[in-house]
Ligand binder design. Structure first.
Ligand code: HEM
Length: 506
Protein backbone atom coordinates (compact mmCIF):
# COMPACT_ATOMS: atom_id res chain seq x y z
CA UNK A 1 0.00 0.00 0.00
CA UNK A 2 1.11 3.54 -0.73
CA UNK A 3 2.46 4.99 2.56
CA UNK A 4 0.45 8.12 1.95
CA UNK A 5 -2.65 6.04 1.47
CA UNK A 6 -2.08 4.27 4.76
CA UNK A 7 -1.95 7.66 6.41
CA UNK A 8 -5.01 9.05 4.67
CA UNK A 9 -7.11 6.00 3.70
CA UNK A 10 -8.84 5.74 0.34
CA UNK A 11 -12.55 6.43 0.29
CA UNK A 12 -15.18 3.85 -0.57
CA UNK A 13 -16.38 5.78 -3.61
CA UNK A 14 -12.96 6.29 -5.11
CA UNK A 15 -10.72 3.51 -3.83
CA UNK A 16 -7.48 4.80 -5.31
CA UNK A 17 -7.83 8.36 -4.15
CA UNK A 18 -5.99 10.20 -1.40
CA UNK A 19 -7.88 13.06 0.19
CA UNK A 20 -6.48 16.16 1.76
CA UNK A 21 -6.83 15.59 5.51
CA UNK A 22 -8.62 18.90 6.01
CA UNK A 23 -11.04 18.13 3.15
CA UNK A 24 -11.63 14.72 4.62
CA UNK A 25 -12.23 16.20 8.06
CA UNK A 26 -14.62 18.75 6.65
CA UNK A 27 -16.29 16.05 4.51
CA UNK A 28 -16.07 18.22 1.42
CA UNK A 29 -14.18 18.57 -1.88
CA UNK A 30 -13.49 15.84 -4.39
CA UNK A 31 -11.05 13.10 -3.64
CA UNK A 32 -8.35 13.34 -6.28
CA UNK A 33 -5.17 11.47 -6.81
CA UNK A 34 -2.27 13.81 -6.08
CA UNK A 35 -0.75 13.22 -9.54
CA UNK A 36 -4.13 13.85 -11.08
CA UNK A 37 -4.38 17.21 -9.27
CA UNK A 38 -0.99 18.17 -10.58
CA UNK A 39 -1.90 17.01 -14.07
CA UNK A 40 -5.15 18.95 -14.02
CA UNK A 41 -3.44 22.06 -12.82
CA UNK A 42 -0.83 21.70 -15.59
CA UNK A 43 -3.56 20.98 -18.17
CA UNK A 44 -5.31 24.21 -17.17
CA UNK A 45 -2.16 26.09 -17.97
CA UNK A 46 -1.20 26.29 -14.29
CA UNK A 47 2.05 25.12 -12.85
CA UNK A 48 2.18 21.80 -11.03
CA UNK A 49 3.14 21.85 -7.34
CA UNK A 50 6.91 22.10 -6.90
CA UNK A 51 8.44 18.76 -5.83
CA UNK A 52 9.42 20.04 -2.40
CA UNK A 53 5.86 20.94 -1.42
CA UNK A 54 3.55 18.16 -0.40
CA UNK A 55 -0.09 18.75 -1.15
CA UNK A 56 -1.23 17.55 2.27
CA UNK A 57 0.93 20.20 3.96
CA UNK A 58 -0.91 23.01 2.24
CA UNK A 59 -3.65 24.98 3.93
CA UNK A 60 -7.00 25.24 2.18
CA UNK A 61 -8.46 28.55 3.34
CA UNK A 62 -11.77 30.02 2.22
CA UNK A 63 -11.47 33.14 0.08
CA UNK A 64 -13.94 35.85 1.13
CA UNK A 65 -16.74 35.85 -1.42
CA UNK A 66 -18.40 39.25 -1.90
CA UNK A 67 -22.15 38.95 -1.36
CA UNK A 68 -22.67 41.26 -4.30
CA UNK A 69 -20.53 41.03 -7.42
CA UNK A 70 -20.88 44.75 -8.10
CA UNK A 71 -18.10 47.02 -6.94
CA UNK A 72 -18.50 48.05 -3.28
CA UNK A 73 -16.07 50.94 -3.66
CA UNK A 74 -12.34 51.00 -4.40
CA UNK A 75 -11.08 50.40 -0.87
CA UNK A 76 -13.85 47.96 0.09
CA UNK A 77 -13.16 45.78 -3.01
CA UNK A 78 -9.48 45.54 -2.10
CA UNK A 79 -9.35 45.50 1.69
CA UNK A 80 -12.83 44.53 2.83
CA UNK A 81 -13.05 47.23 5.50
CA UNK A 82 -16.63 46.29 6.39
CA UNK A 83 -15.68 42.72 7.30
CA UNK A 84 -12.67 44.00 9.25
CA UNK A 85 -14.85 46.47 11.13
CA UNK A 86 -17.41 43.74 11.78
CA UNK A 87 -14.67 41.57 13.29
CA UNK A 88 -12.60 44.10 15.26
CA UNK A 89 -14.50 47.41 15.23
CA UNK A 90 -17.11 46.00 17.58
CA UNK A 91 -14.61 45.09 20.28
CA UNK A 92 -16.21 46.23 23.54
CA UNK A 93 -14.32 48.66 25.80
CA UNK A 94 -15.52 48.87 29.40
CA UNK A 95 -16.72 52.29 30.46
CA UNK A 96 -14.53 53.01 33.48
CA UNK A 97 -12.08 55.88 33.82
CA UNK A 98 -9.26 53.74 35.20
CA UNK A 99 -9.20 51.80 31.93
CA UNK A 100 -7.79 54.90 30.28
CA UNK A 101 -4.53 54.58 32.21
CA UNK A 102 -3.29 51.83 29.88
CA UNK A 103 -4.21 53.98 26.91
CA UNK A 104 -2.39 56.94 28.46
CA UNK A 105 0.72 54.77 28.72
CA UNK A 106 0.27 53.78 25.09
CA UNK A 107 -0.21 57.34 23.87
CA UNK A 108 2.74 58.58 25.95
CA UNK A 109 4.86 56.04 24.10
CA UNK A 110 3.52 57.30 20.75
CA UNK A 111 4.21 60.95 21.69
CA UNK A 112 7.72 60.02 22.85
CA UNK A 113 8.45 58.29 19.55
CA UNK A 114 7.11 61.21 17.48
CA UNK A 115 8.93 63.94 19.42
CA UNK A 116 12.03 61.73 19.61
CA UNK A 117 12.14 61.40 15.81
CA UNK A 118 12.04 65.20 15.55
CA UNK A 119 14.86 65.64 18.09
CA UNK A 120 16.96 63.00 16.32
CA UNK A 121 17.00 65.22 13.23
CA UNK A 122 19.12 67.78 15.09
CA UNK A 123 20.89 65.86 17.87
CA UNK A 124 24.42 64.41 17.34
CA UNK A 125 25.42 61.46 19.56
CA UNK A 126 29.11 62.22 19.91
CA UNK A 127 31.45 63.19 22.72
CA UNK A 128 34.01 64.55 20.21
CA UNK A 129 34.84 68.16 21.04
CA UNK A 130 33.77 71.05 18.83
CA UNK A 131 34.41 74.76 19.27
CA UNK A 132 31.30 76.93 19.19
CA UNK A 133 31.63 80.70 19.69
CA UNK A 134 35.07 80.16 21.20
CA UNK A 135 33.80 77.54 23.67
CA UNK A 136 34.99 73.94 23.39
CA UNK A 137 32.13 71.55 24.06
CA UNK A 138 31.21 67.90 23.47
CA UNK A 139 29.28 67.70 20.20
CA UNK A 140 26.24 66.12 21.87
CA UNK A 141 26.06 69.01 24.34
CA UNK A 142 26.49 71.55 21.54
CA UNK A 143 23.74 69.92 19.46
CA UNK A 144 21.41 70.01 22.47
CA UNK A 145 22.25 73.70 22.83
CA UNK A 146 21.26 74.09 19.18
CA UNK A 147 17.93 72.35 19.93
CA UNK A 148 17.35 74.74 22.84
CA UNK A 149 18.08 77.74 20.62
CA UNK A 150 15.33 76.83 18.09
CA UNK A 151 12.00 77.66 19.80
CA UNK A 152 9.97 74.83 18.24
CA UNK A 153 12.74 72.29 18.81
CA UNK A 154 13.07 73.45 22.41
CA UNK A 155 9.32 72.98 22.85
CA UNK A 156 9.58 69.45 21.45
CA UNK A 157 12.52 68.68 23.73
CA UNK A 158 10.47 69.76 26.73
CA UNK A 159 7.42 67.79 25.58
CA UNK A 160 9.66 64.72 25.15
CA UNK A 161 11.03 65.07 28.67
CA UNK A 162 7.67 65.78 30.36
CA UNK A 163 6.11 62.92 28.42
CA UNK A 164 8.76 60.52 29.77
CA UNK A 165 7.48 61.39 33.26
CA UNK A 166 3.89 61.00 32.12
CA UNK A 167 4.62 57.59 30.67
CA UNK A 168 6.20 56.34 33.90
CA UNK A 169 3.30 57.76 35.96
CA UNK A 170 0.63 56.23 33.73
CA UNK A 171 2.37 52.84 33.54
CA UNK A 172 2.67 52.81 37.34
CA UNK A 173 -0.93 53.87 37.98
CA UNK A 174 -2.11 51.38 35.37
CA UNK A 175 -0.22 48.57 37.13
CA UNK A 176 -1.54 49.70 40.52
CA UNK A 177 -5.15 49.71 39.35
CA UNK A 178 -4.73 46.15 38.06
CA UNK A 179 -3.03 45.10 41.29
CA UNK A 180 -5.54 46.64 43.68
CA UNK A 181 -8.52 45.35 41.69
CA UNK A 182 -7.03 41.88 41.46
CA UNK A 183 -7.30 41.46 37.68
CA UNK A 184 -3.75 40.18 37.37
CA UNK A 185 -5.20 36.79 38.29
CA UNK A 186 -6.42 34.01 36.01
CA UNK A 187 -6.50 34.30 32.96
CA UNK A 188 -4.34 37.48 32.81
CA UNK A 189 -1.17 36.29 34.57
CA UNK A 190 0.95 36.33 31.42
CA UNK A 191 -0.14 39.84 30.53
CA UNK A 192 0.74 40.98 34.02
CA UNK A 193 4.26 39.51 33.72
CA UNK A 194 4.48 41.05 30.26
CA UNK A 195 3.51 44.39 31.83
CA UNK A 196 6.27 44.13 34.43
CA UNK A 197 8.75 43.83 31.53
CA UNK A 198 7.17 46.99 30.05
CA UNK A 199 7.64 48.84 33.33
CA UNK A 200 11.31 47.80 33.54
CA UNK A 201 11.92 48.82 29.91
CA UNK A 202 10.20 52.17 30.45
CA UNK A 203 12.55 52.92 33.36
CA UNK A 204 15.53 51.78 31.30
CA UNK A 205 14.53 54.07 28.42
CA UNK A 206 14.39 56.99 30.89
CA UNK A 207 17.83 56.14 32.29
CA UNK A 208 19.34 55.94 28.78
CA UNK A 209 17.75 59.25 27.80
CA UNK A 210 19.54 61.08 30.59
CA UNK A 211 22.94 60.34 29.06
CA UNK A 212 22.21 61.97 25.73
CA UNK A 213 22.50 65.76 26.38
CA UNK A 214 25.89 64.93 27.88
CA UNK A 215 25.77 67.72 30.45
CA UNK A 216 27.42 67.28 33.80
CA UNK A 217 24.23 65.67 35.17
CA UNK A 218 24.33 63.07 32.37
CA UNK A 219 27.93 62.17 33.02
CA UNK A 220 27.41 61.71 36.77
CA UNK A 221 24.07 59.87 36.54
CA UNK A 222 25.18 57.57 33.72
CA UNK A 223 28.47 57.06 35.55
CA UNK A 224 26.50 55.61 38.50
CA UNK A 225 24.89 53.14 36.07
CA UNK A 226 28.29 52.28 34.64
CA UNK A 227 29.61 51.57 38.14
CA UNK A 228 26.62 49.30 38.82
CA UNK A 229 27.16 47.39 35.56
CA UNK A 230 30.86 46.92 36.42
CA UNK A 231 29.94 45.47 39.79
CA UNK A 232 28.32 42.34 38.27
CA UNK A 233 30.44 39.48 39.65
CA UNK A 234 32.66 37.82 37.08
CA UNK A 235 31.40 39.52 33.93
CA UNK A 236 31.11 43.13 35.17
CA UNK A 237 33.81 44.69 33.02
CA UNK A 238 32.66 42.99 29.83
CA UNK A 239 28.99 43.73 30.51
CA UNK A 240 29.70 47.39 31.32
CA UNK A 241 31.82 47.91 28.22
CA UNK A 242 29.25 46.19 26.03
CA UNK A 243 26.37 48.31 27.35
CA UNK A 244 28.26 51.60 27.63
CA UNK A 245 30.39 51.25 24.48
CA UNK A 246 33.69 51.10 26.37
CA UNK A 247 34.92 52.53 29.66
CA UNK A 248 32.38 55.33 30.27
CA UNK A 249 32.71 58.15 29.23
CA UNK A 250 34.59 57.38 26.07
CA UNK A 251 34.14 58.10 22.36
CA UNK A 252 32.08 54.94 21.92
CA UNK A 253 29.68 55.67 24.79
CA UNK A 254 27.14 58.01 23.26
CA UNK A 255 26.65 56.15 19.96
CA UNK A 256 26.03 52.98 21.99
CA UNK A 257 23.63 54.58 24.49
CA UNK A 258 21.90 56.47 21.67
CA UNK A 259 21.32 53.27 19.66
CA UNK A 260 19.90 51.60 22.74
CA UNK A 261 17.71 54.63 23.51
CA UNK A 262 16.30 55.25 20.03
CA UNK A 263 16.21 51.77 18.48
CA UNK A 264 16.71 48.80 20.75
CA UNK A 265 14.58 49.73 23.78
CA UNK A 266 11.75 51.38 21.77
CA UNK A 267 11.60 48.36 19.44
CA UNK A 268 11.43 46.05 22.43
CA UNK A 269 8.75 48.26 23.98
CA UNK A 270 6.78 48.34 20.71
CA UNK A 271 6.91 44.55 20.33
CA UNK A 272 5.98 43.85 23.93
CA UNK A 273 3.20 46.47 23.84
CA UNK A 274 1.95 44.70 20.66
CA UNK A 275 1.89 41.37 22.51
CA UNK A 276 0.22 43.06 25.50
CA UNK A 277 -2.57 44.42 23.29
CA UNK A 278 -2.98 41.12 21.39
CA UNK A 279 -3.47 39.34 24.70
CA UNK A 280 -6.07 41.93 25.71
CA UNK A 281 -7.94 41.36 22.43
CA UNK A 282 -7.76 37.61 22.94
CA UNK A 283 -8.66 37.56 26.65
CA UNK A 284 -10.88 40.64 26.56
CA UNK A 285 -10.93 43.34 29.23
CA UNK A 286 -11.97 42.52 32.72
CA UNK A 287 -15.30 44.11 33.63
CA UNK A 288 -16.37 46.72 36.16
CA UNK A 289 -18.90 45.21 38.58
CA UNK A 290 -21.91 47.03 37.12
CA UNK A 291 -21.47 45.13 33.85
CA UNK A 292 -22.60 41.89 35.48
CA UNK A 293 -26.17 43.13 35.77
CA UNK A 294 -26.28 44.13 32.12
CA UNK A 295 -24.16 41.77 30.05
CA UNK A 296 -25.22 38.35 28.89
CA UNK A 297 -23.28 35.53 30.55
CA UNK A 298 -19.95 34.96 28.87
CA UNK A 299 -20.05 38.25 27.01
CA UNK A 300 -18.27 41.55 27.51
CA UNK A 301 -20.08 44.85 27.90
CA UNK A 302 -18.72 48.17 26.74
CA UNK A 303 -18.66 50.79 24.02
CA UNK A 304 -17.56 49.48 20.61
CA UNK A 305 -14.06 50.36 19.43
CA UNK A 306 -15.47 52.04 16.34
CA UNK A 307 -16.52 54.79 16.49
CA UNK A 308 -17.08 55.50 20.21
CA UNK A 309 -13.91 54.24 21.89
CA UNK A 310 -11.80 55.53 18.99
CA UNK A 311 -13.31 59.00 19.50
CA UNK A 312 -12.75 58.87 23.25
CA UNK A 313 -9.17 57.70 22.74
CA UNK A 314 -8.63 60.43 20.12
CA UNK A 315 -9.82 63.00 22.64
CA UNK A 316 -7.48 61.59 25.26
CA UNK A 317 -4.55 61.78 22.85
CA UNK A 318 -5.36 65.40 21.96
CA UNK A 319 -5.80 66.31 25.62
CA UNK A 320 -2.44 64.75 26.43
CA UNK A 321 -0.77 66.59 23.55
CA UNK A 322 -2.38 69.87 24.65
CA UNK A 323 -1.50 69.39 28.32
CA UNK A 324 2.09 68.46 27.54
CA UNK A 325 2.60 71.43 25.21
CA UNK A 326 1.13 73.86 27.77
CA UNK A 327 3.26 72.38 30.55
CA UNK A 328 6.37 72.50 28.38
CA UNK A 329 5.76 76.09 27.35
CA UNK A 330 5.25 77.13 30.97
CA UNK A 331 7.84 75.04 32.80
CA UNK A 332 11.11 74.18 31.03
CA UNK A 333 12.42 70.85 32.24
CA UNK A 334 16.10 70.02 32.60
CA UNK A 335 17.49 73.07 30.73
CA UNK A 336 21.18 72.68 29.83
CA UNK A 337 22.16 75.73 31.89
CA UNK A 338 20.96 74.02 35.08
CA UNK A 339 24.01 71.72 35.06
CA UNK A 340 26.37 72.98 32.36
CA UNK A 341 28.86 70.97 30.31
CA UNK A 342 30.74 68.10 31.94
CA UNK A 343 33.77 69.27 33.86
CA UNK A 344 35.91 68.57 36.90
CA UNK A 345 33.55 70.45 39.26
CA UNK A 346 30.41 68.43 38.60
CA UNK A 347 27.97 68.79 41.48
CA UNK A 348 26.42 65.75 43.16
CA UNK A 349 23.22 64.78 41.36
CA UNK A 350 20.31 62.56 42.22
CA UNK A 351 18.35 60.61 39.62
CA UNK A 352 14.75 61.44 38.76
CA UNK A 353 11.98 60.27 41.08
CA UNK A 354 11.36 57.05 39.17
CA UNK A 355 14.91 55.83 39.81
CA UNK A 356 15.35 57.60 43.15
CA UNK A 357 14.27 54.52 45.14
CA UNK A 358 17.23 52.53 43.73
CA UNK A 359 19.55 55.43 44.49
CA UNK A 360 18.11 55.70 48.02
CA UNK A 361 18.77 52.02 48.64
CA UNK A 362 22.30 52.35 47.23
CA UNK A 363 22.94 55.22 49.62
CA UNK A 364 21.98 53.30 52.74
CA UNK A 365 23.55 49.97 51.85
CA UNK A 366 26.77 49.73 53.92
CA UNK A 367 29.84 50.39 51.75
CA UNK A 368 31.81 47.58 53.42
CA UNK A 369 29.22 44.91 52.65
CA UNK A 370 31.58 42.85 50.51
CA UNK A 371 31.76 39.04 50.48
CA UNK A 372 32.82 36.21 48.20
CA UNK A 373 30.61 33.45 46.81
CA UNK A 374 32.22 30.70 44.68
CA UNK A 375 35.25 32.96 44.23
CA UNK A 376 33.11 35.85 42.94
CA UNK A 377 33.18 39.21 44.73
CA UNK A 378 29.76 40.52 45.68
CA UNK A 379 29.70 44.19 46.61
CA UNK A 380 27.19 46.86 47.69
CA UNK A 381 26.77 48.33 44.20
CA UNK A 382 25.74 44.98 42.77
CA UNK A 383 23.42 44.25 45.70
CA UNK A 384 21.82 47.69 45.73
CA UNK A 385 21.82 48.52 42.02
CA UNK A 386 20.90 45.17 40.48
CA UNK A 387 19.92 42.51 43.04
CA UNK A 388 17.53 44.78 44.96
CA UNK A 389 15.56 46.09 41.94
CA UNK A 390 15.75 42.58 40.45
CA UNK A 391 14.07 41.14 43.57
CA UNK A 392 11.37 43.84 43.52
CA UNK A 393 10.58 43.25 39.84
CA UNK A 394 10.64 39.47 40.22
CA UNK A 395 8.26 39.60 43.19
CA UNK A 396 6.01 41.88 41.20
CA UNK A 397 6.04 39.61 38.14
CA UNK A 398 5.29 36.60 40.35
CA UNK A 399 2.34 38.30 42.11
CA UNK A 400 -0.28 36.18 40.27
CA UNK A 401 1.47 33.01 41.41
CA UNK A 402 2.12 34.22 44.96
CA UNK A 403 -1.50 35.25 45.44
CA UNK A 404 -3.25 32.35 47.16
CA UNK A 405 -6.64 33.37 45.81
CA UNK A 406 -5.34 32.61 42.31
CA UNK A 407 -4.89 28.93 43.05
CA UNK A 408 -7.42 26.51 41.52
CA UNK A 409 -9.00 25.44 44.82
CA UNK A 410 -10.23 29.00 45.40
CA UNK A 411 -11.87 29.47 42.05
CA UNK A 412 -12.92 25.92 41.18
CA UNK A 413 -11.31 26.55 37.79
CA UNK A 414 -13.20 29.79 37.11
CA UNK A 415 -11.70 33.00 35.80
CA UNK A 416 -11.52 36.43 37.42
CA UNK A 417 -13.47 38.43 34.85
CA UNK A 418 -14.59 41.31 37.10
CA UNK A 419 -12.75 44.00 39.03
CA UNK A 420 -12.73 43.11 42.70
CA UNK A 421 -13.60 45.93 45.11
CA UNK A 422 -10.33 46.43 46.97
CA UNK A 423 -12.07 46.37 50.38
CA UNK A 424 -12.65 42.67 49.83
CA UNK A 425 -8.96 41.82 50.01
CA UNK A 426 -7.36 43.65 52.96
CA UNK A 427 -4.17 41.59 52.72
CA UNK A 428 -3.52 42.63 49.13
CA UNK A 429 -4.25 46.26 49.95
CA UNK A 430 -1.92 46.13 52.96
CA UNK A 431 0.91 44.58 50.93
CA UNK A 432 0.44 47.13 48.13
CA UNK A 433 0.29 50.13 50.45
CA UNK A 434 3.22 48.79 52.51
CA UNK A 435 5.35 48.41 49.36
CA UNK A 436 4.46 51.93 48.21
CA UNK A 437 5.36 53.26 51.66
CA UNK A 438 8.69 51.40 51.48
CA UNK A 439 9.48 52.93 48.08
CA UNK A 440 8.50 56.30 49.57
CA UNK A 441 10.92 55.76 52.45
CA UNK A 442 13.69 54.99 49.96
CA UNK A 443 13.02 58.42 48.43
CA UNK A 444 13.69 59.82 51.90
CA UNK A 445 16.80 57.63 52.16
CA UNK A 446 18.14 59.34 49.03
CA UNK A 447 18.33 62.54 51.14
CA UNK A 448 19.09 61.01 54.52
CA UNK A 449 22.30 62.97 55.20
CA UNK A 450 20.69 66.25 54.12
CA UNK A 451 17.82 65.46 56.51
CA UNK A 452 20.24 64.80 59.35
CA UNK A 453 19.58 61.05 59.83
CA UNK A 454 22.26 58.49 60.49
CA UNK A 455 22.39 55.38 58.33
CA UNK A 456 21.13 53.26 61.25
CA UNK A 457 18.14 55.56 61.83
CA UNK A 458 17.36 55.48 58.12
CA UNK A 459 17.36 51.68 58.01
CA UNK A 460 15.12 51.59 61.06
CA UNK A 461 12.65 54.12 59.67
CA UNK A 462 12.59 52.65 56.17
CA UNK A 463 11.62 49.23 57.54
CA UNK A 464 9.43 50.14 60.51
CA UNK A 465 7.26 52.86 58.96
CA UNK A 466 6.09 50.82 55.93
CA UNK A 467 5.53 47.78 58.16
CA UNK A 468 3.46 49.82 60.62
CA UNK A 469 1.44 51.36 57.78
CA UNK A 470 0.79 47.93 56.26
CA UNK A 471 -0.35 46.57 59.66
CA UNK A 472 -2.66 49.52 60.20
CA UNK A 473 -4.18 49.21 56.73
CA UNK A 474 -4.63 45.48 57.19
CA UNK A 475 -6.28 45.86 60.60
CA UNK A 476 -8.73 48.49 59.40
CA UNK A 477 -9.42 46.60 56.19
CA UNK A 478 -10.14 43.38 58.08
CA UNK A 479 -12.53 45.16 60.43
CA UNK A 480 -14.38 46.73 57.48
CA UNK A 481 -14.58 43.41 55.68
CA UNK A 482 -15.91 41.64 58.76
CA UNK A 483 -18.70 44.17 59.06
CA UNK A 484 -19.63 43.77 55.38
CA UNK A 485 -22.65 41.46 55.07
CA UNK A 486 -22.02 38.34 52.99
CA UNK A 487 -24.69 39.30 50.45
CA UNK A 488 -22.99 42.65 49.76
CA UNK A 489 -19.72 41.00 48.76
CA UNK A 490 -19.03 40.89 45.08
CA UNK A 491 -17.84 37.69 43.42
CA UNK A 492 -15.25 38.79 40.82
CA UNK A 493 -15.43 35.40 39.13
CA UNK A 494 -19.08 34.63 38.49
CA UNK A 495 -20.91 34.86 35.20
CA UNK A 496 -24.37 34.86 36.76
CA UNK A 497 -25.85 37.77 34.83
CA UNK A 498 -29.49 37.93 33.82
CA UNK A 499 -30.08 38.09 30.09
CA UNK A 500 -30.15 41.66 28.87
CA UNK A 501 -28.96 43.93 26.09
CA UNK A 502 -25.21 44.07 25.37
CA UNK A 503 -24.01 47.34 23.93
CA UNK A 504 -21.11 46.84 21.53
CA UNK A 505 -20.87 43.22 22.57
CA UNK A 506 -17.65 41.49 21.65
C1 HEM B 1 4.20 50.60 28.10
C2 HEM B 1 3.45 50.20 29.07
C3 HEM B 1 2.03 49.69 28.97
C4 HEM B 1 1.07 49.91 28.02
C5 HEM B 1 1.18 50.76 26.77
C6 HEM B 1 -0.11 49.18 28.42
C7 HEM B 1 -1.32 49.20 27.73
C8 HEM B 1 -2.47 48.57 28.17
C9 HEM B 1 -3.80 48.81 27.66
C10 HEM B 1 -4.15 49.82 26.55
C11 HEM B 1 -4.65 48.00 28.33
C12 HEM B 1 -6.18 47.90 28.18
C13 HEM B 1 -6.84 49.00 29.02
C14 HEM B 1 -6.66 48.84 30.51
O1 HEM B 1 -6.96 47.78 31.06
O2 HEM B 1 -6.16 49.80 31.13
C15 HEM B 1 -3.87 47.20 29.25
C16 HEM B 1 -4.36 46.19 30.07
C17 HEM B 1 -3.58 45.43 30.93
N1 HEM B 1 -2.28 45.71 31.31
FE1 HEM B 1 -1.08 47.10 30.47
N2 HEM B 1 0.15 48.50 29.58
C18 HEM B 1 1.44 48.80 29.96
C19 HEM B 1 2.07 48.37 31.12
C20 HEM B 1 1.56 47.43 31.99
C21 HEM B 1 2.14 47.06 33.26
C22 HEM B 1 3.38 47.70 33.86
C23 HEM B 1 1.37 46.05 33.76
C24 HEM B 1 1.54 45.28 35.03
C25 HEM B 1 2.61 45.17 35.71
C26 HEM B 1 0.28 45.79 32.83
C27 HEM B 1 -0.67 44.80 32.94
C28 HEM B 1 -1.87 44.78 32.25
C29 HEM B 1 -2.94 43.82 32.44
C30 HEM B 1 -2.92 42.61 33.39
C31 HEM B 1 -4.02 44.23 31.61
C32 HEM B 1 -5.42 43.59 31.51
C33 HEM B 1 -6.25 44.37 32.53
C34 HEM B 1 -7.69 43.98 32.63
O3 HEM B 1 -8.29 43.51 31.66
O4 HEM B 1 -8.20 44.20 33.74
N3 HEM B 1 0.41 46.67 31.79
N4 HEM B 1 -2.55 47.59 29.15
Amino acid sequence: MDPLESQYPATEKNPGAVRHPREAAAGQGSALDLDERDARAAGNGHQALPDRIRFEDLEVAPRPVPADRRSQGWLEDRVGVKAFNQKYGRKAFPVHTTFFLGEMALFSFVILVLTGIYLALIYTPSTAEVTINGETLPQAYASTQLIESIPVANLFRNVHHWCAHLMVISVLLHALRIFFQGTYRRPRELNWANGVALLALTLLAGFLGYALPFDSYAVTATGIGYGIARSVPGIGNVAAELFFGGAFPTLGSLPRLYTLHVFVVPLMLASIIGLHLLLIIKQKHSQPGYARKLAEPGRVLGVPLWPYQALLAGQLLLLMFGGLFLLSAAIPIHPLDAYGPPGPNASEVKPDWYLLWVYGFLRIIPGDLVFTVFGLNIGPEFLGGLVFPGVIFTLMALAPWLDKTNRPKHGHGRFYQYLEPSRQNPLRVAIGVGMLAYIGMLFVAAYYTELGFTIGQMWFLSLVIPFAIALLVYGRGRARLNSLPEEERFDPMGEDAPLSTTVGAD
